[in-house]
Design a protein around this ligand. Structure first.
Ligand code: AOF
Ligand code: ZN
Length: 395
């Protein structure tokens, strides 16, 4: 279907409204709604946080009786279930909406087309797919949680132009500049947790918090360490800042004395089973979602990033590149050796290449993204392998 400029404009407005609540709605999606009558917006709303009213309800309460005979633009299929709030699809029918544009179907099994059926059976003219790709991108965390039943995983590295994240002896070295550093802290705000491996914790002594006064006081990301043999020092910076809880994934049993010492510092230990000598990244990703941590930013080091690349357990990769060579004896981001040509890990560039003063940031996305699990129209586009920006690597 071809959409008019004003239809696109109203759906963009709905997406912008939804965006206002970023960081506050999890585990729920970001949703925005706009009601238009005689070429004028008569009601707008968005979902502010989990447990509160859904977007459509907020828009309908603003439009009041003007919703009768009007058109609604909503970024996600109206829900069909009694959850923390009653079904939006019924409220849309009751309000007298005559036509509705929906950007994306809701894959939540409680909804999954049932909302659209309610609207159609009530005689509403329903169109789905307007700005669908934008809606998929906006709700990639929610979609990953619903479809893949695990936390959304973003990887991040700061590296030299020759792909090194540090010198051979492992001593910390500032690779990227201040602008990238600031950008990386902004990035942390978008995730439910920030994670690193124990080697990075020992070598770099990170706080894993958000600095520059840019955090939302209510939702600092949980700090997570993967530490199979509980080697983490009990004196590091991570224990000094009380920004957010510290979660430690380890293997096997933990002595009760050590457990007590960690817990007395505010840490929480989660033991997971061994898989080929490491903690299975998938178990971590599933466990995170079970704890209502819907997304995680994994910041290194090389062993941790490689484990997630190898398990193909990542959704997005933020690669900051500084204009420096560190040299052939530096540590590479990806540690596995290639045995034959097919072993190459191939990434798709996504959206944009951002300049951070002297550095650049490229966002890559996994070729097996959630788009592939969604209905036919978006599937075709995803399979074509094209992205909106520069396609850096092609097979
Ligand atoms: C909508 N509009 O604004 C949102 C929807 O626990 P509840 O009752 O808030 O339901 C949460 C589920 O409802 C969530 O998993 C998703 O499927 C849908 N969210 N639906 O029509 C909204 N936030
Ligand atoms: Zn709803």
């Amino acid at each position: 279907m071809d959409y008019t400029e004003s239809q696109i404009k109203y759906m963009k407005r709905a997406l912008d409204l939804a965006e206002k609540a970023r960081g506050f709605t999890q585990p729920n999606p970001l949703v925005g709604a706009v009601i238009v009558k005689d070429g004028e917006i008569v009601g707008e709303g968005y979902h502010h946080r989990a447990g509160e009213a859904h977007a459509e309800i907020n828009a309908i309460s603003e439009a009041k009786s003007k919703a009768m005979g009007a058109t609604m633009y909503v970024t996600l299929e109206p829900c069909a279930h009694y959850g923390k709030t009653p079904p939006c699809a019924n409220a849309v029918v009751r309000a007298g909406i005559k036509e509705i544009f929906i950007a994306l179907e809701d894959p939540n099994p409680k909804v999954n087309g049932k909302g659209i059926t309610i609207l159609e059976e009530a005689g509403i003219n329903v169109h789905t797919g307007l700005l669908r790709d934008e809606a998929i991108r906006q709700n990639r965390v929610f979609l990953t949680n619903q479809i893949k039943k695990r936390a959304f995983i973003a990887l991040k590295s700061a590296q030299s132009i020759d792909g090194r994240i540090g010198p051979a002896d492992g001593r910390p070295l500032k690779i990227t500049g201040d602008a990238s550093h600031y950008r990386a802290h902004l990035l942390r705000r978008d995730y439910g947790a920030v994670l690193c491996g124990v080697n990075t914790l020992i070598k770099d002594d990170p706080s894993l918090n958000i600095r520059y006064n840019i955090s939302h006081p209510e939702n600092s990301p949980v700090r997570i360490v993967i530490d199979p043999h509980l080697r983490l020092p009990l004196s590091g910076k991570i224990w000094h800042s009380s920004a957010a809880p510290v979660l430690i994934y380890t293997l096997g049993n933990v002595s009760s004395a050590l457990k007590k010492r960690i817990e007395s510092r505010g840490g929480h230990i989660v033991s997971l089973p061994d898989k080929d000598g490491i903690i299975d990244p998938l178990r971590i990703a599933v466990d995170l979602l079970e704890r209502n941590i819907c997304s995680v930013l994994i910041e290194g080091g090389a062993a941790t990033l490689t484990a997630f690349f190898n398990a193909d357990l990542w959704d997005e990769y933020h690669c900051f590149i500084a204009p420096k060579f560190i040299g052939a004896n530096g540590i590479t981001v990806y540690r596995k050796s290639m045995e034959n040509d097919d072993d190459a890990v191939v990434l798709n560039a996504e959206q944009s290449v951002e300049i951070c003063e002297d550095d650049i940031r490229i966002i890559y996305k996994n070729r097996q993204g959630v788009e592939l699990c969604l209905p036919e129209s978006s599937k075709k586009k995803a399979l074509s392998g094209k992205s909106d920006a520069i396609h850096l690597v092609r097979r």
